[in-house]
Design a protein around this ligand. Structure first.
Ligand SMILES: Cc1cc2nc3c(=O)[nH]c(=O)nc-3n(C[C@H](O)[C@H](O)[C@H](O)COP(=O)(O)OP(=O)(O)OC[C@H]3O[C@@H](n4cnc5c(N)ncnc54)[C@H](O)[C@@H]3O)c2cc1C
Length: 373
């Protein structure tokens, strides 16, 4: 009998689950209503060990993320969009190469502004970088010189750099800027969607990105290449089964096991209405010890400081299994992705784990049916 696994969610957790279940022989249907948090991520892949994490899936989760092109020695210090160093385990290759640990203290690193509107960010980032590398500075380069170029966004620039001949022009502009400024290393806001090495006379790196994030879009594209993703919204039917809503069509779907990889607030897996809700099966959701995100006069759920503890942001499921439903990724709560408590790698680890658990569950049910027949 075919072993049907439905995966709900097309972010890193859902795709890790789907690829794992498929490799174990399952027939997998992956449905996603659109991109979630994965497509907004910065280019880094964070990970922290938690006691509840399934250790047997950690190595495979890390391998899955590396298989998507992420690289690094497990202890990277990268230039964040706010100008402070961000610690992470893996990153996309042109970002990981800019590991600040490897930069000599007397380096003269430059944060490149490719167009007028980036000059302010570049100055902010260079100011942050100068706390660790005192000679750091912001460096405008002459590539987008027309008035209409001033407000180009980073995703627009990335698409432009992928056009034939544009990378050569960028290389020439960077070389001129290096000669004039004496920069020893260049940090660029983007190298295009399909980056290639650039010979500007000094090492050229890409920075981590804030949304809309070119590295995040790159990652989402890489995931979409690894498995077919069907567009649609999965809903629970009144009889307990599920159906896929796509446009005006509504199709019931029978699955032996389901992986729930619907993300948190951004992905759409968790909502906060009169109470916290898991959106497909209405499973119980917790933020710390609360099931509601009420405004509190204390800092119990949200700290007044950005760097404080925001228990409200850890909202999610407490368990990994609910009958034939296996939860994976950010829909599982208990950790705050914005505080470096783990992000993409935890999602991948939980995805691998859920893919395996779903297949094992179906095999056990089928074995029991065979034994009793
Ligand atoms: C701005 C930002 C920056 C980040 N930066 C980093 C970083 O630097 N490093 C890091 O490690 N992590 C980072 N993260 C966190 C990381 O992106 C997430 O932890 C991770 O992507 C979660 O993956 P996921 O697959 O669980 O969820 P998501 O990527 O959110 O995917 C959820 C999927 O479920 C789908 N879905 C939801 N409900 C349904 C439904 N009913 N039917 C069908 N589909 C449904 C959505 O459409 C989506 O495809 C960042 C997050 C954000 C928001």
């Amino acid at each position: 009998m075919a072993l049907n696994v439905l995966v709900i969610g097309g972010g890193v957790a859902g795709v890790a689950a789907a690829v794992t279940a498929r490799s174990l022989g399952a027939s997998v249907t992956l449905v996603a209503r659109g991109p979630g948090a994965t497509a907004l991520s910065s280019g880094a892949a964070d990970f922290r060990q938690h006691p509840w994490l399934p250790q047997d899936a950690v190595d495979d989760g890390l391998r899955f993320v590396r298989g998507l092109g992420y690289a690094g020695d497990g202890n990277l210090w990268l230039l964040s969009p706010l100008g402070c160093p961000k610690r992470t385990v893996l990153a996309q290759p042109f970002i990981a190469a800019g590991d600040l640990k490897a930069l000599p203290k007397d380096a003269r690193p430059a944060v490149v502004a490719l167009c007028g509107s980036q000059a302010i960010e570049a100055r902010l980032q260079a100011k942050g970088l100068a706390k660790h590398f005192p000679k750091a500075f912001a460096l405008p380069v002459e590539l987008y010189v027309h008035r209409s170029d001033a407000l180009r966004t980073i995703p627009e620039i990335a698409a432009d750099l992928d056009q034939p001949g544009r990378r050569t022009q960028l290389t020439e502009a960077l070389r001129r800027a290096v000669r004039a400024s004496g920069a020893t290393h260049l940090y660029l806001p983007t190298l295009g969607y399909a980056p290639e090495p650039i010979d500007a006379g000094v090492p050229v790196y890409e920075m981590l990105s804030a949304p809309p994030s070119v590295p995040g879009i790159r990652l989402q594209r890489a995931l979409e290449k690894s498995i077919d993703i069907r567009g649609g919204i999965v809903e629970r039917r009144p009889d307990g089964g599920v159906q896929i809503i796509s446009g005006t069509s509504c199709e019931p779907l029978e699955a032996h096991a389901v992986v729930l990889a619907t993300g948190r607030f951004i992905g759409g897996g968790i909502r906060s209405d009169d109470r916290l809700r898991e959106t497909v099966f209405d499973l119980p959701v917790w933020a710390g010890d609360r099931q509601k995100l009420v405004p509190l006069p204390t800092e119990e759920l949200f700290s007044q400081k950005a760097s404080g503890r925001h228990v409200g942001l850890t909202a999610g499921l407490r368990n990994l299994e609910y009958g034939k439903v296996f939860a994976a990724g950010a829909v599982v709560g208990g950790y705050d992705q914005s505080r470096d408590e783990g992000g993409l790698v935890i999602a991948a680890v939980l995805g691998v784990r859920a893919g395996r658990a779903a297949v094992r569950f179906v095999q056990n049910v089928q074995n029991a049916q065979r034994a009793s027949a």
